[in-house]
Design a protein around this ligand. Structure first.
Ligand SMILES: C[S@@+](CC[C@H](N)C(=O)[O-])C[C@H]1O[C@@H](n2cnc3c(N)ncnc32)[C@H](O)[C@@H]1O
Length: 441
């Protein structure tokens, strides 16, 4: 295999073989790093993989997807070198991991060979799933460490059906794969979707926004929130067409991609109600925006939509996505680290500290904002801190922590929204937010 074993790296608690051409990931990777050919590992996706470990562990520990003790049939439809599924095997709590019946699929033969060698080089030694009757492996398929690998078009792999956990992580837009994913789900399942076509989702590429998502809108402070809601709206409408409804669990704009995780259920009634959660955000002069079901002819010029206007997160689940929890699941033990160093991992004190910081950043602000992000869009304000002086007629913005404290003292809920830019989310009336800003500046 070309370039094997490359050089060793650690993501979460899982060893990774980077290709020889790929540089050590930089600190705080943000944008799409320069790709260095096939089997390239995008370090900017590490936080999304970490949150996937946390969500799957939460489903196993808290029984909200399948009954306690029951298996979960998972498909990583575009697994590349299999890092996500290996992270599930390495990092999901040891006493639960045998419940994961995982299939990982990709069209790229080299990437799959790399996945196989990575598993053989670093067996987890953890309990294997108890296999029942399963479809025999298609040509090109193999099984290592209880993980089944297939080499099919993702749509084929999805349509084999019965999946209770699907990960969709294509290059660019997930739209071509959505219908197959929704049809391939069990009656109740989790669908995790990555979209890197942010120019379309934010509306900055107006034609692809319209074509792919039927979406239009100004590119302003709300572009990130709009992107998340445009993707959710598209998934919700596609689900409704096959009698399914969605409940978002976690949805984030994370640097150069949008990542959403939704619970999908078969329900004709739920599907029929989908339009209750679809609307538009109209920019206004007296308040930053209003959410409407349909903009009129005049409003549509300053509106973005159609958007998902329901909750973005599940409160109970996201309130458990804490930094302590991330550390407990996704950090290597000192014994594992010693063994990896003996295998050639160069990982010093700075790397350890840096990895711990990055791990915390992955979930920072999530638990504190859970209750507010679980409300309908019309019941809370999402406000960019730097815009508040203009609305309040003050010289500058107050410190975010002081503003949040003032709003809470006034009997409201308020939190920092997890965006790269400083945003607050609050259920305080807009006038009260402005009054607090004036008082504090
Ligand atoms: C963004 S990468 C996936 C990265 C991977 N999930 C990870 O976390 O490392 C997209 C992958 O999709 C695969 N791919 C592209 N089109 C496909 C298709 N139609 N069916 C299956 N795999 C496909 C590519 O080979 C590539 O490995």
């Amino acid at each position: 295999m070309d370039g094997w074993p490359g050089h060793l790296w650690l993501e979460g608690a899982t060893p990774v073989h980077l290709t020889p051409e790929q540089a050590r990931p930089e600190r705080r990777p943000r944008g799409p790093a320069r790709r260095t050919g096939p089997r390239f590992l995008n370090p900017a996706m590490a936080p999304a993989r970490t949150r996937s470990v946390l969500l799957l562990s939460d489903a196993l520990n808290h029984g909200w997807l399948v009954p306690d003790g029951a298996p979960i049939r998972c498909l990583d439809a575009m697994c590349s070198t299999g890092l996500r599924v290996r992270r599930w095997r390495h990092e999901v709590p040891a006493e639960q991991v045998h419940r994961l019946h995982i299939t990982a699929n990709d069209l790229d033969e080299e990437a799959l060979a790399w996945a196989k060698s990575s598993l053989e080089a670093h067996p987890t030694g953890r309990p294997l799933p108890e296999r029942g009757q399963e479809r025999s492996l298609p040509e090109g398929g193999f099984e290592v460490e209880g993980l089944r690998f297939t080499q099919e078009d993702a749509r084929m792999a999805l349509l084999h059906g019965g999946w209770q956990w699907i990960d969709l992580d294509p290059f660019g837009s997930p739209v071509p794969f959505l219908d197959a994913a929704l049809q391939g789900m069990a009656r109740r399942g989790v669908l995790e979707v990555t979209a890197t076509d942010t120019a379309a989702l934010t509306g900055s590429s107006a034609s692809s926004a319209r074509r792919r998502y039927g979406f239009q809108g100004p590119v302003d402070a709300y572009a990130h929130d709009d992107a998340v809601r445009a993707l959710l709206g598209t998934i919700a409408m596609a689900a409704a067409r096959v009698d399914r409804c969605i409940t978002p669990l976690l949805a984030l704009f994370d640097g150069h991609h949008v990542r959403v995780s939704v619970l999908v259920r078969t329900s004709k009634n739920g599907a029929s109600e989908v339009l209750d959660h679809i609307g538009w955000r109209v920019r206004e002069d007296d308040v930053p925006y209003r959410l409407v079901r349909h903009p009129d002819e005049e409003e549509v010029r300053r509106a973005s939509g159609p958007l998902w206007t329901g909750p973005l997160w599940d409160e109970a689940i996201t309130s458990r996505l804490t930094e302590e929890h991330e550390r407990a699941l996704c950090s290597p033990t000192s014994t594992a680290l010693e063994a990896l160093r003996a295998d050639g991992l160069t990982w010093d004190h700075d790397d350890l500290e840096h990895a711990a910081r990055e791990g915390s950043r992955t979930v920072r602000h999530i638990a504190a904002a859970a209750a507010l992000m679980a409300r309908n869009a019309k019941d809370v304000w999402l406000l960019r801190l730097d815009d508040l002086p203009r609305w309040a007629g003050t010289g500058g913005a107050p410190k975010m922590s002081r503003l949040l404290a003032a709003l809470e003292q006034g009997g409201h809920q308020a939190a920092r929204a997890p965006d790269l830019n400083p945003f607050i989310v609050t259920d305080a009336p807009f006038e009260e937010v402005l009054a607090a800003v004036r008082l504090l500046t």
